[in-house]
Design a protein around this ligand. Structure first.
Ligand SMILES: NC(=[NH2+])NCCC[C@H](N)C(=O)O
Ligand SMILES: [Mn+2]
Ligand SMILES: [Mn+2]
Length: 299
């Protein structure tokens, strides 16, 4: 793992409709993210927040994409920033914000890796397109956009596409997939560990297989961790909770095993919404998981 971490906050809430997820980055700062990672021996720089436009653009009612222009603009800004962080040899740690922020994260990161791997830790596939989306919410589309599927304003961030190949993606924790997402997963052969496989195989084997699968085919791995991948009992402060999720303990184990394998080269932690939370505990969970991802050990 790189010894320097640069944090970028993305107070984005335009990819969905619950107010409060724009306060996610600060919720994680209040939970002590910088101090915590410094305590593990990293040099941490907080770049502060990317500027997010307002939801005031005239929208085209014919396209099923809420706040397209503002989300696309923020993705460009974030993409450029993340690209420069990777180029200066630091580990980009992006704090969301709704999951649409991953469009910008991946745009910036994938410029630097020919065979970028992605671990999508999430209750959802986030593989919708304007055609398949039941909601028009862009936070349900970032993985599809990164595959080059969807509106050009989202697929072409930083003027290239795709950012990632379907065979370099592993989705972990899925338990709420829309019909179009299921089709896309099958058509493109994306590897998915649903809750069924996690229950059946156990998290140890799921992560062992994930590491084995990504190790040789990729030259870097981005972890995109949506806090709703966890069970709402452990991470209640999210906008689209789905019961029957990954436990806090299993998530720690997953992060510890990824740290041991030393394969993660960038990460985003998204969907923390302090308004929907209880005493900021979802942000605390996020920060503790980061601790394990960055190598914290009890003994
Ligand atoms: N990043 C998320 N929490 N995504 C939730 C997406 C929910 C639903 N599949 C949709 O597209 O609207
Ligand atoms: Mn989700
Ligand atoms: Mn998500």
């Amino acid at each position: 793992m790189k010894s320097k971490i640069t944090i970028v906050g993305v107070p984005m809430d335009l990819g969905q409709r619950n107010p409060g997820v724009n306060m996610g980055p600060n919720a994680m700062r209040y939970a002590g993210v910088s101090e915590y990672l410094e305590g593990l021996g990293y040099k941490v720089t907080d770049y502060n927040d990317i500027e997010i436009g307002k939801a005031e653009y005239l929208e085209d009612p014919k396209i099923n994409l809420r706040n397209l222009k503002a989300v696309a603009d923020a993705s460009e800004t974030l993409g450029e920033k993340v690209d420069s962080i990777v180029k200066s040899g630091e580990f980009p740690l992006i704090l969301g914000g709704d999951h649409s922020v991953a469009i910008g994260s991946l745009a910036g990161i994938a410029k630097n890796y020919k065979k970028l791997g992605v671990i999508w830790y999430d209750a959802h596939g986030d593989l919708n397109t304007p055609e398949t989306s039941p909601s028009g919410n862009i936070h349900g589309m970032p993985l599809a956009a990164s595959l080059g599927i969807g509106h050009p304003a989202l697929t072409n961030v930083l003027n290239y596409s795709p950012k990632v190949k379907p065979e370099n993606i592993v989705i972990i924790g899925a338990r709420d997939l829309d019909a179009g997402e299921r089709e896309l997963i099958k058509a493109r052969g994306i590897k998915v560990y649903t809750m069924h496989e996690i229950d059946r195989l156990g998290m140890t084997r799921v992560i062992e297989e994930t590491i084995e699968y990504l190790k040789d085919r990729t030259d870097g791995v981005h972890l995109s961790l949506d806090l709703d991948g966890l069970d709402p009992a452990d991470a209640p402060g999210v906008g689209t909770p789905v019961i029957g999720g990954i436990s806090y303990r299993e998530s720690h184990l997953a992060m510890e095993m990824l740290a041991e394998a030393d394969i993660i080269t960038s990460a985003d932690f998204v969907e923390v919404n302090p308004i929907l939370d209880e005493r900021n505990r979802t942000a605390v969970v996020a920060v503790k998981l980061m601790g394990s991802l960055f190598g914290e050990k009890l003994l």
